[in-house]
Write a protein that binds this ligand. Structure first.
Ligand code: 15L
Length: 274
């Protein structure tokens, strides 16, 4: 695998991945709707609006693999999610099929399953329980990935990414932290592992408080190097400065669950609820 495209290259995760992947993939191409502020003189960049199929086809033309980070990366108005994450994601997979791209690593999110309670350990075979319109769009992307893998033979890896940062920034992130170098390891499995057809992995480092069973990733050779508990004291100190959030603190998705919540709080607190 030589010719790799990263969409969403101007975002925080995109910037980190560009830096870490340049030595790995000599012909790395980056794309975003706007030019990244830190674009190096030798970096190959092609601007594209994911909502426009002609632009997406141009940007994927000639690449062997894609890391699709592009789109809106938090909760947003429906019109925004629809354009960036639903139409944009469809355009990306369909353009990849037309241009005969071999592999796609899709940046899904923990928010596809954010309404599982924290006391429940979940694998990748559970029903999706999105916590936001954003989470729904990630579940849609995973479904698209399965369709294009099964029907058209693309190799697709969906990463339900936790939180990519230098270290876990609060208590919730002690369970879901993903060290950037571990994301590189996961993305490379998606692009290069010979046996991969369609898989969903959790994008998490070695976190002793994890809520997720990531055994599929380990079966493909994933060996994370980040350990969230190494940063426990700082993360727990940061947590004391956050306002209490009874709903967000109960569910895995945190504030994505409590934002706009108008459900029945009475049934939230019973362990064993489905
Ligand atoms: C995500 O999916 C977001 O892209 C990121 O900004 C964080 O909010 C992260 O989830 C998280 O759950 O911490």
């Amino acid at each position: 695998m030589k010719r790799v495209l990263i969409t969403g290259a101007a975002g925080d995760v995109g910037r980190r991945l560009r830096r870490l992947l340049q030595p790995v993939y000599p012909e790395l191409r980056s794309s975003d709707i706007k030019t990244p502020a830190d674009l190096g003189p030798n970096e190959s960049f092609v601007a594209a609006d994911l909502a426009r199929m002609d632009e997406v086809e141009r940007v994927v033309d000639g690449v062997e693999g894609i890391i699709h980070l592009g789109g809106y990366s938090v909760e947003g108005p429906w019109e925004t999610i629809l354009g960036s994450n639903i139409i944009g994601c469809y355009n990306l997979f369909e353009a990849a099929r037309r241009k005969k791209v071999r592999r796609i690593v899709f940046a899904s999110s923990n928010h596809a399953v954010g309404f599982y309670p924290r006391y429940q350990r979940v694998g990748v075979d559970v029903t999706v329980r999105p916590d936001s319109r954003y989470g729904v769009s990630k579940a849609f992307g995973e479904a698209l990935g399965a369709l294009y893998a099964d029907k058209h033979g693309l190799g697709v890896l969906c990463l339900r990414i936790g939180n990519v940062a230098d270290q876990p920034i609060d208590q919730r992130r002690l369970s879901i932290w993903l060290k950037p170098e571990d994301l590189v390891q996961l993305a490379r499995i998606g692009l290069e592992h010979p046996d991969l057809r369609f898989e969903i992995f959790y994008g998490a480092s070695f976190n002793e408080r994890a809520w997720w069973d990531n055994s599929r990733a380990y079966a493909y050779g994933y060996r994370p190097t980040g350990r969230a508990e190494d940063f426990r004291d700082a993360a727990l100190a940061a947590q004391t400065k956050l306002p209490p959030d009874p709903i967000g603190d109960f569910f895995q998705g945190g504030t994505f669950c409590s934002d706009e919540f108008s459900g029945d709080t009475a049934r939230i607190w019973r362990p064993g609820d489905k």
